[in-house]
Write a protein that binds this ligand. Structure first.
Ligand SMILES: Cc1ncc(COP(=O)(O)O)c(C=O)c1O
Length: 383
């Protein structure tokens, strides 16, 4: 009864390991989970209070599809001031981050068109492209380039069928951060070949070592062909709220808005009032969480040095490490082995694409005690 379209898509590799870890916990195993990309902090109080107040005030009715006008305004202001994107609130559509990616691909990619995307990459990009009838073209990234997507590698993959370049900086699963030179080079390619760019910047605030985040839509002429996507989940510890946004040029916006109207209608009304408090309220909670993520990254990198079979450069953003391991086991088999033997849940790198094989993704969005204990267990199991 399942459509051929859906049959072509794999289950999410990260969700599979998360669910398996949950199942083992129910069976009484003391699993330490490094699987999901979910901050372990509570959503800051002022954000929760704003959503509660919205409920009490009866803000529970339909909104226009693109979202709450005040929130769209606040997002446009931040995009202009922080990201340098010359947009207006009319370019902003509020929707869950993952939905933003799905809607953008649905609205732009035709049957048979190609989308160049990083490999390894987040597990959802390829399924979105496949569901739209397009073809995912992996751009192999390398450890020696700090897993960055380089303009040179992208240039080699452009064909007459290429429609889109998909970027993700800082990246999941590698924590890679694109340089300004990369961004400029890829912008030139997009303009020269008349391509759309989807730039997933959901980890834009989780960036370390004083590095700056560059939005490709801020480059001259790029707003006209770029859909910038970001969200509240990672920056404000709001994963369960299902809220993010996209910024699109008017013609693409119109197409995306149609998909939104005919799918979710709009993002949850009272949740958008919480998001408004997140955007306009105090930002020290973000700084504190990013500081803590930075300390956890340093801790996990220090502990990894004691595990000789792991090799990994220090990631510069997001909250993942992506070590290469020595050994003959495939990465999924190895992850299952570690769950069994060490009671530590990680995701096999092959879930993120072919060049993720021989790697593991370890999410350090968990507390320092778990990191300490989990790495100790891995060290013992691998000794
Ligand atoms: C790279 C990337 N983009 C988008 C998302 C989706 O975020 P959300 O949970 O806000 O839909 C995730 C979530 O893990 C992600 O890692």
């Amino acid at each position: 009864m399942i459509s051929e379209r859906v049959k072509k898509v794999q289950e999410s590799g990260t969700m599979k390991m998360k669910e398996l870890a949950g199942q083992k916990k129910k069976e009484g195993k003391k699993i330490i989970s490094f699987t999901v990309g979910e901050p372990d902090f509570d959503t800051p109080k002022h954000i929760v209070e704003a959503a509660k107040k919205a409920l009490d005030d009866g803000k529970t009715r339909y909104l226009d599809a693109p979202g709450l006008p005040e929130l769209r305004e606040a997002i446009a202001k931040q995009a202009k001031e922080y990201n340098g994107i010359p947009c207006e609130s009319s370019n902003v559509l509020v929707t869950p981050t993952k939905q933003a990616i799905f809607e953008t691909v649905m609205a732009t990619v035709n049957e048979g068109e190609e989308v160049i995307m990083p490999d390894p990459a987040w597990v959802t990009y390829e399924p979105c492209v496949v569901l739209a009838g397009g073809k995912a073209v992996p751009c192999v990234t390398k450890e020696e380039d700090q897993w960055r997507v380089t303009p040179e590698a992208v240039a080699e993959l452009i064909t007459p069928k290429t429609k889109m370049i998909l970027l993700n900086s800082p990246s999941n699963p590698c924590g890679a951060v694109e340089t300004h030179a990369d961004i400029k080079g890829i912008a030139d390619l997009a303009k020269d070949h008349n391509l759309v760019v989807l730039s997933d910047e959901v980890y834009e605030k989780i960036i370390f070592d004083g590095l700056k985040h560059y939005s490709i839509a801020a480059e001259p002429g790029m707003l006209d062909r770029t859909v910038t996507i970001s969200g509240f989940s990672k920056t404000f510890a709001m994963t369960g709220w299902r809220l993010g946004w996209l910024i699109a040029p008017k013609p693409i916006f119109k197409g995306i808005n149609k998909v939104q109207q005919h799918s979710i209608t709009h993002a949850t009304s009272f949740a958008q009032y919480g998001a408004l408090a997140a955007m306009t309220g105090p930002q020290d909670c973000v700084a504190q969480m990013v500081k803590e993520f930075g300390e956890r990254r340093d801790l996990i990198m220090k502990l990894m040095k004691d595990i000789p079979s792991f090799k990994c450069d220090t990631p510069k953003g997001a909250f993942y490490v992506f070590p290469r391991y020595e050994g003959k086991m495939g990465s999924e088999e190895f992850a299952l082995y570690l769950m069994d033997k060490a009671e530590v849940a990680v995701t096999g790198g092959a879930a993120f694409g072919r060049s993720g094989e021989q790697h593991l993704r370890i999410s350090y969005a968990t507390n320092k005690k778990n990191i300490q204990d989990g790495m100790e267990r891995l060290k013992k199991a691998l000794a």
